[in-house]
Design a binder for this molecule. Structure first.
Ligand code: CP
Length: 305
């Protein structure tokens, strides 16, 4: 039995396999429509979600399985004081696999020790979001057919943006990748990400404060929302939330094959005027997430087609 708590729990070969499975499911969904018949996925979401929870549930339903769970802590016995360890141990009696989101960093690690079934980290605080990274990887793959040699700009809240931390962990393992971190001083990428992922592999990176100064060099622009829910001080959030707003004007110096990504939800970071730009890939990411989560469920349940 295996859980996925961090994107680096998956080898590059396994990422390739998940992408191949997702591509095959996109091409021939009927082939997969019964493979999880009789299996149950529990979605335990202690934090709000639209995409992650619903795409996990859609994925399991499209594999012929069933879903159960809760979408907020207040409707579970966590509201009465039950621990994450006890909650997941209980749910492991009902479900074959668990996808869990929690505001506390590391909570899925505790869950994985106690559940008795595979646990997938569906986002833990400001730490990691490995299945968003699976969606991101399929999006990059379908647009570029390689991960190597890309210059990836990450813009916005790089401090609390868990999708950023996981995507750096994944992309840092491919040859020739460079990173450009675009953020205000207060929301810089955490030092541990640089120390753990970039420095040991001598991966080039730079930190800048405007997207305009680096736009022409980017192959991927990964926009992120300022994570208001993780701020201690509302005044700081209000001051920083609109630091970066991507508009068609700012894209005039960008490459013609730039991939514009965003894990969503978007607040103000990308003008809706960018949505019709053929380089805008953020709604592709949403759909890709469903197929990659289906591929991951199959892998962890050891289901073969
Ligand atoms: N990208 C993402 O995690 O979206 P949700 O918060 O809606 O799940």
């Amino acid at each position: 039995m295996r859980s996925i708590l961090n994107i680096t729990d998956l080898s590059l070969e396994e990422l390739d396999q998940l992408i191949a499975t997702a591509e095959d499911m996109i091409a021939d969904p009927k082939k997969y429509s019964e493979v999880c018949r009789g299996k149950k996925l529990a979605t335990l979401f202690f934090e709000p979600s639209t995409r992650t929870r619903l795409s996990f549930e859609a994925a399991m339903l499209e594999l012929g399985g069933s879903v159960l769970g809760f979408s907020e802590a207040s409707s579970s016995s966590a509201a009465k004081g039950e621990s994450v360890a006890d909650t997941t141990r209980v749910v492991g009696c009902y479900a074959d696999i668990i996808a869990m989101r929690h505001p506390k960093e590391g909570a899925p690690v505790v869950a994985a020790r106690k559940a008795g079934v595979p646990v997938i980290n569906a986002g833990d605080g400001g730490h990691n979001h490995p299945t968003q990274t699976l969606a991101d990887l399929l999006t990059i793959w379908r647009n570029r057919h390689t991960f190597e040699g890309l210059t990836i700009g990450m813009c916005g809240d790089l401090k609390f943006g868990r999708t950023v931390h996981s995507l750096v962990g994944a992309m840092a393992r491919y040859a020739g990748v460079k990173f450009v971190f675009i953020s205000p001083e207060e929301l810089k990428i955490p030092q541990y990400v640089i120390t753990d992922e970039l420095e040991p592999r001598n991966i080039p990176y730079k930190e800048v404060t405007t997207m305009e100064e680096v736009m022409p060099e980017l192959d991927v622009l990964y926009m992120t929302r300022v994570q208001g829910e993780r701020f201690f001080n509302e005044a700081d959030y209000i001051r920083l939330r609109d630091t970066y707003i991507l508009t068609p004007e700012k894209l005039t110096t960008a490459k013609e094959d730039l991939i514009i990504m965003h894990p969503l939800p978007r607040v103000n970071e990308i003008s809706v005027k960018v949505d019709d730009d053929p380089r805008a890939c953020y709604f592709q990411q949403v759909l890709n997430g469903k197929f990659m989560r289906a591929a991951l469920i199959m892998k962890l349940l050891e289901v073969n087609v």
